[in-house]
Design a protein around this ligand. Structure first.
Ligand SMILES: Nc1nc2c(c(=O)[nH]1)N[C@H]1C(S)=C(S)[C@@H](COP(=O)(O)O)O[C@H]1N2
Ligand SMILES: [Mo]
Length: 452
């Protein structure tokens, strides 16, 4: 549970390996008084009065780590030739995607590896931690042999090489990708005491590529074209059908992910991004786009893409991920067990909507009876993760902590009760009911659902 102590033996050895006496020790002792005031000064200019907290007030003289010379300062570090493709610090080795046989029926070639939301900063998911879902394993594709065919109801069908695709003027856009099954195992109640497993079927990246509408300008889309099939060249040959309106709005084909080439797991060398809509439409290892007047899937299958509304009526072809949010700190993986009463602590979380931009997030400490407004921090972008924050004075009292987001399309997250009333408990996709963490008197965090 992310305690500071769960380091491996080697790590502990490294951390505690310190030189007994050295010349700088005395110097540090003399300057300790100065360090205290310097520390205090920096902490008060921060956005919040975290300086009220015990750990900031503690006298550095009591901390052996500030007095001891460390092995890493006594010898040269690694040459620039080491790690030419950089890796995270070995101390971060626990921050990884995770999987469980429960999510894959034991088959790791048609599986899911979820993102550690609890360990992320800001709104960008590092490529190595990006959610990974595939139906036939991750292929290793030679980009020189990769082609994209665009055909069907277009005047001028074409086949493009990767070099030709990259000649189009490119755009970079930050968007989340959320599998519509995110949170899906929890319709009947909490299944995982973990934010990573309960909500980590999603990630957010800056994608670089070209709008499909810009490619179509040259090809001439025929007016009868209503649907576009996208197909992948992986062993599953996954195909998805996307309405042409959405394609002409903001769908992109992308080769760049957070400043570098797409990772193999994300579809190298080419995928579709359909901003805000179900991530399964974002076909990876993209090899073919075909335009047609009818959807490609069997009629019986359309029920998969409907959303049942409170009126009892269903909307056909419903693909957008609805407004949603989750508190990422605290969470089961990042409990408040080290906090002392009266200390200030920042509550943080992520909000997102596939229908627009996040306008508002509220936080409740009593399971949704009373709400206070959180602030949105950093970039607030359409169909992207938005980070929210609220400073809180820790009381040590048990609480039911939850967040409720709203978007500029006028949608507000429903309660679990409202969602169950509308959809029942047999749903698989599109869960966006308010997510609650129960925090006990020790600061432990448990995944719960409020049904009242
Ligand atoms: N070719 C291909 N594309 C695919 C898939 C696949 O199995 N094959 N899985 C889809 C599903 S179900 C999801 S949720 C997203 C996940 O994208 P990610 O792995 O980049 O997060 O990819 C989609 N695109
Ligand atoms: Mo998915």
């Amino acid at each position: 549970m992310n305690k500071k102590t769960d380091m491996s033996k080697e790590e502990l050895a490294l951390v505690s390996e310190t030189t007994e006496e050295n010349s700088r020790r005395a110097f540090f002792k003399k300057t300790a008084a100065y360090s205290v005031s310097a520390l205090a000064a920096t902490s008060v200019v921060g956005p919040v009065n975290a300086s009220a907290n015990e750990h900031v007030k503690a006298n550095p003289e009591d901390d052996p780590h500030i007095m001891e010379e460390k092995p890493w300062s006594l010898k040269f570090g690694d040459d620039v030739t080491v790690n030419l493709y950089g890796q995270p610090s070995p101390y971060e080795h626990k921050v990884t995607r995770r999987t469980t046989p429960i999510l894959s029926s034991g088959n790791m070639r048609a599986s899911i590896a979820v993102t550690p939301l609890q360990d992320l900063n800001g709104i960008i998911t590092p490529n190595g931690l990006f959610f990974n879902r595939h139906h036939g394993g991750t292929p290793t594709i030679d980009p020189n042999q990769h082609r994209l065919m665009i055909h069907g109801l277009v005047e001028k069908p074409i086949v493009l090489t990767m070099d030709q695709i990259k000649r189009y003027p490119n755009v970079s856009r930050i968007h989340f990708l959320e599998c519509p099954a995110n949170g899906g195992p929890e319709w009947r109640g909490p299944q995982f005491n973990s934010i990573q497993f309960a909500k980590g079927f999603m990630s957010c990246a800056e994608w670089t590529g070209v709008y499909i509408k810009d490619i179509l300008k040259d090809l001439g889309l025929k007016p009868e074209a209503q649907w576009m099939l996208a197909e992948g060249i992986d062993s599953s040959h996954m195909g998805r059908t996307i309405p042409v309106d959405k394609v002409l709005d903001d769908a992109m084909i992308v080769w760049g992910q957070n400043g570098e080439a797409l990772r193999p797991e994300q579809g190298y060398p080419l995928r579709i991004v359909v901003p805000g809509w179900e991530a399964n439409l974002c076909v990876k290892w993209l090899c073919r786009l075909e335009f047609a007047s009818e959807p490609f899937y069997a009629k019986e299958e359309t029920s998969k893409y409907t959303a049942l509304k409170q009126t009892g009526k269903a909307i056909q072809h419903f693909y957008a991920n609805e407004v949603n949010s989750v508190i990422t700190s605290p969470c089961p993986e990042k409990p408040w067990t080290d906090l002392k009463k009266g200390e200030m602590v920042e509550i943080e979380g992520l909000a997102w909507s596939g229908m627009g931009t996040i306008t508002h997030v509220d936080i409740s400490f009593d399971g949704g009876k009373n709400w206070v407004e959180a602030s949105l921090k950093g970039l607030v972008l359409e169909k992207a993760w938005t980070r929210f924050s609220l400073m809180h004075k820790y009381t040590g009292e048990p609480m039911l902590l939850c967040s409720r987001a709203a978007d500029d399309a006028g949608h507000v997250q429903p309660t679990v009760k409202q969602e169950r009333k509308a959809v029942g408990i047999e749903g698989v996709y599109h869960r966006n009911g308010i997510h609650t963490w129960e925090i006990d008197a020790k600061g432990e965090v448990t995944n719960v659902q409020i049904l009242s």
